[in-house]
Ligand binder design. Structure first.
Ligand code: ZN
Length: 273
């Protein structure tokens, strides 16, 4: 009886789903929310410019003025010890509408540290940002981009952090060449890009006026990383099994090909003892 009822219910669902529009049937089942991002999938020319390793006593105020002059907001992944050293600049970052986020206390390779040391690196930075600026950071970027899947899950559970990497690496720390910084960024930036720079090098900030102006001229719109994440739409995964001709995609049951399959799927799971 139960089996018959379950089958009837399933057949009913199948009929109802088959009547839906193709757009409705293409909707993916909700997946677990993503906690790591290197770029975003957005419907518009939005990008996020990020500056790591500061605040710096000279270079950060320089770039803040350049951003202010252009009405651009960026995201600053700060080291806790630099925030403690330059609290007024950290406050200025926040007061001028930029996002401030956690880049560890002293820039170690977090994958080589004990859990307690990683906790200390992130917690001290979390607290100094909060106490200095009044803002609770929601994003972290591990130094060198090195953070295990387990560490990411743990940081998310502990501080509600999303782990932010990048898809455009200016390599500014390596070549220290403003023209190269500009050309790498201009050639690699796409809608949804997260661009990595460092606001502790003079050569990086020297590259900024031309780089920012060129990106604006291309029509890009600058947002903070959190704003970019809010616009992100997860891309639908390609279906693993092609729909059959008789029963096309029906709420993810496209692999169903026969009455026997329907019966198997409709059968209730055996009761636990
Ligand atoms: Zn860094």
């Amino acid at each position: 009886m139960l089996r018959t009822l379950a089958f009837s219910f399933f057949a009913l669902c199948l009929a109802a789903s088959a009547a839906e529009t193709p757009a409705a049937t293409a909707t993916a089942a909700p997946a677990a929310p993503r906690i790591t991002f290197s770029q975003c999938n957005v419907d518009g020319p939005y990008i996020a410019f990020t500056f790591d390793d500061g605040p710096h006593g000279v270079e950060t105020p320089r770039v803040l003025k350049m951003l202010r002059d252009r009405g651009i907001h960026a995201t600053f992944f700060c080291c806790g010890n630099c925030v403690a050293q330059y609290p007024e600049i950290a406050k200025q970052i926040v007061n001028e509408g930029h996002e401030i986020a956690n880049h560890s206390w002293s820039h170690p390779l977090l994958t080589k540290l004990s859990t307690e040391s990683v906790r200390d690196q992130l917690d001290r930075t979390h607290n100094v940002i909060k106490q200095t600026t009044g803002v609770t950071p929601t994003l972290m970027r591990p130094p060198y981009g090195a953070f295990t899947v387990q560490q990411r899950a743990w940081a998310h559970a502990t501080w509600d952090y999303k782990c932010i990497l990048w898809d455009v690496d200016s390599l500014d720390w390596q070549h220290r060449n403003p023209a190269k910084t500009e050309s790498i960024i201009l050639s690699q930036t796409n809608r949804g890009s997260i661009i990595l720079c460092h606001d502790i090098h003079k050569t990086t900030i020297d590259a900024m006026p031309a780089t920012l102006d060129a990106l604006l001229a291309k029509g890009f719109k600058f947002v903070t990383v959190s704003e970019l994440l809010k616009m992100h739409v997860e891309k639908l995964a390609a279906p693993k099994v092609k729909p059959t001709k008789s029963l096309t995609s029906v709420d993810g049951v496209s692999a169903v090909t026969s009455l026997e399959d329907l019966k198997k799927q409709a059968a209730p799971a055996p009761a636990k003892p």
